[in-house]
Ligand binder design. Structure first.
Ligand code: GDP
Length: 591
């Protein structure tokens, strides 16, 4: 993106206002406003109220564009009938921004700096409340920031089908450079397909090296404009407030290019970004309104929760009667606490809200059950059904070298049936974040020389994400190739079936050594693979070739029973040995 002209301030003129208020909305010093008024032949103090006409003229005099208030429901009793698609009702809306980046790179500090330096004067009385999102007024332009930094919230919401972010600010500390979570964030941003701005933070630090950040990011194909790329980089010091204005200006410029619009006239629809149960106030949800206008008294539903809006509060804790597109508001009046990511909607009345909530809930549950749950084994049927042509992968490996090798091998894989794309790679065990990214992006997770941690397993089971672990690169290639052709054999895993203790050893002619055993756990199965363990060490691995209960052959012998066990090729049993039997089991996915 080329850097355009300086952003022109916008002023919302929604009624008579004081000189002070107008100056603050336009982001100009009060003295400049008074001076312009004098130029217009009007002597006024900062606290004097201007009528709408004069306010408009003054705004123009100050070089600001006047923003007309959008008429809402009151003037349009047929509000419920106004359809969103009617483009003539579409109006510009504020961008919604999420801040991401590695831990300690300054995300929270940057959000604080932005909030502090840009609270408009007429809002200064209000103390910022934590409602999960905040609104910044910069030179008359509103920008909404989601307060929870990091990619957990971002991805969790996306996994639930909600995309609220228009733009991401990726924070990278200039003295620390690109780190694993920076890379993770890039993958999340790409998977979501939203534009990003890089804020190179901590430039006040002695060790700051912004060029190194540019170099490292260009290796990830995130290239700065002055290096021939199209990503905007802004050097900032969140601590000192340096560069924050430039960052905000860039956010406005990029979001203007996105041409974000919504219809404020229709009934509101949004997404729950935060929720809690408040002792005094009952269920409280912060809802980001994405289209339409929400008003006190509206019948609403979100997730399984229904109600009538009892009160609305903005991020300064001020009561509102209504809230339009891109506004984060605290909503009181819901029957229970919805979950972040739940869609929030207005219904005609409470009865239909209740019906719709039930319907949405069961649809979602149905969805969940019928969820495509991308797995390598199902790939073929999906390809055949034309449901997909893509195989998205999240790849974790033990060392950087393995990743490089995997990237080039998988990158060179040319299969006519399927397009393989790697959404994210990283070194280290498979984590919950990897699984959430996969879930949000219909991907499968591949671990090379690494395994999922317990949280990742739990989440994978819940989100029905296929995790596959490998030790050999070509097995990955083989599996993907076979899956694309519908020839992938189910994944088998060796599991412990049972244990038996050797209590006596018999030499049987022609059969060799037979162990007289007592089964202590599970069961011993004929033909199963066994390990003979002595003093904790595996002495021999083979197959059960004879299994007898007394004189009779047995198919299996369960715990609590005695049996005679012969192991193919092993004649060395000793009293006290432990026989461990294993069977191969088809595994659906990592559990
Ligand atoms: P987060 O984990 O990304 O939210 O990082 P924080 O905002 O908590 O910041 C981590 C540490 O870096 C804190 O001690 C901050 O004071 C410090 N920090 C953040 N931004 C800057 C900066 O611009 N300059 C300097 N010198 N320190 C900063």
């Amino acid at each position: 993106m080329r850097r355009g002209p300086v952003v022109q301030p916008k002023v919302l003129i929604d009624g008579p206002m004081t000189v002070k208020e107008l100056a603050s909305r336009a982001g100009v010093p009060m003295a400049a406003a008074v001076k312009s008024l004098i130029g217009m032949g009007i002597m006024a103090t900062v606290n004097q109220t201007l009528d709408v006409d004069i306010a408009r003229r003054l705004a123009a005099e100050l070089g600001a564009t006047v923003e007309e208030p959008v008429k809402t429901g009151e003037e349009h009793p047929e509000r419920l009938a106004v359809q969103e698609k009617t483009s003539k009702f579409l109006r510009g809306r504020a961008p919604v921004v999420t801040v991401m980046g590695h831990v300690d790179h300054g995300k929270t500090t940057l959000l604080d700096a932005i909030r502090k330096s840009n609270v408009a004067a007429h809002e200064a009385g209000g103390i910022t409340q934590h409602i999960g999102a905040s609104v910044v007024n910069w030179q008359g332009h509103r920008i909404v920031f989601i307060d929870t930094p990091g990619h957990e919230a971002f991805t969790a919401m996306r996994a639930r089908g909600a995309q609220v972010t228009d733009l991401v600010v990726l924070v990278v500390a200039a003295d620390d450079g690109v780190k694993p979570q920076t890379l993770e964030a890039i993958s999340h941003i790409r998977a979501a397909g939203v534009p990003m701005i890089v804020a190179v933070n901590k430039i006040d630090r002695p060790g700051a090296d912004p060029d190194r950040v540019k170099r490292q990011l260009s290796e990830q194909a995130v290239t700065a404009e002055d290096w021939g790329g199209d990503t905007v980089f802004v050097n900032v010091s969140a601590l000192k407030g340096t560069g924050v204005d430039t960052l905000l200006e860039m956010i406005i410029l990029i979001s203007e290019m996105q041409d974000l619009k919504a219809n404020p006239l229709r009934p509101a629809r949004g997404t729950v970004v935060e929720s809690k149960l408040d002792r005094g106030r009952g269920p409280v949800a912060t809802v980001l309104i994405q289209t339409g206008t929400l008003r006190v008294g509206d019948a609403v539903y979100a997730g399984a929760s229904v109600g009538r809006v009892r009160a609305l509060f903005d991020h300064l804790g001020q009561r509102l009667d209504q809230a339009g597109p891109s506004m984060p508001v605290e909503v009181l009046g819901l029957s229970e606490v919805p979950i972040a990511g739940d869609p929030f909607e207005v219904a005609e009345d409470e009865k239909s809200a209740r019906e719709k909530a039930v319907q949405a809930f069961s649809e979602r549950r149905g969805d969940q059950a019928a969820r495509p749950s991308v797995s390598l084994e199902d790939l073929y049927s999906k390809l055949k059904a034309g449901e997909t042509k893509d195989l998205n992968l999240v790849v974790k490996a033990d060392v950087q070298g393995s990743l490089e090798a995997l990237r080039s091998t998988l990158g060179n894989l040319s299969l006519p049936e399927v397009r393989v794309s790697i959404l994210h790679t990283g070194v280290g065990p498979i984590t919950q974040d990897d699984v959430m990214l996969a879930s949000a992006s219909d991907a499968i997770v591949i671990g090379f020389g690494v395994r999922p941690d317990p949280n990742a397993r739990r989440v994978a089971q819940r989100e029905r994400v296929d995790i596959r672990t490998y030790q050999i690169i070509y097995e990955i290639v083989d599996d993907i190739t076979a899956a694309a052709k519908g020839m992938l054999a189910p994944k088998m895993e060796r599991v412990l079936a049972g244990k038996a203790h050797v209590r006596a050893v018999f030499q049987v002619p022609r059969q060799g050594s037979i162990a007289g055993c007592y089964v202590t756990e599970g069961k011993i199965v004929r033909n199963s693979e066994v390990k003979v363990v002595r003093d904790g060490k595996t002495l021999y691995e083979g197959r059960v070739d004879s299994l007898k209960r007394f004189k009779d052959d047995a198919r299996e012998v369960a715990a609590g029973f005695e049996c005679g066990v012969g192991v193919d090729g092993f004649n060395d049993f000793a009293e006290g040995d432990v026989i461990e039997a294993y069977i191969m089991q088809k595994v659906e996915r990592e559990a």
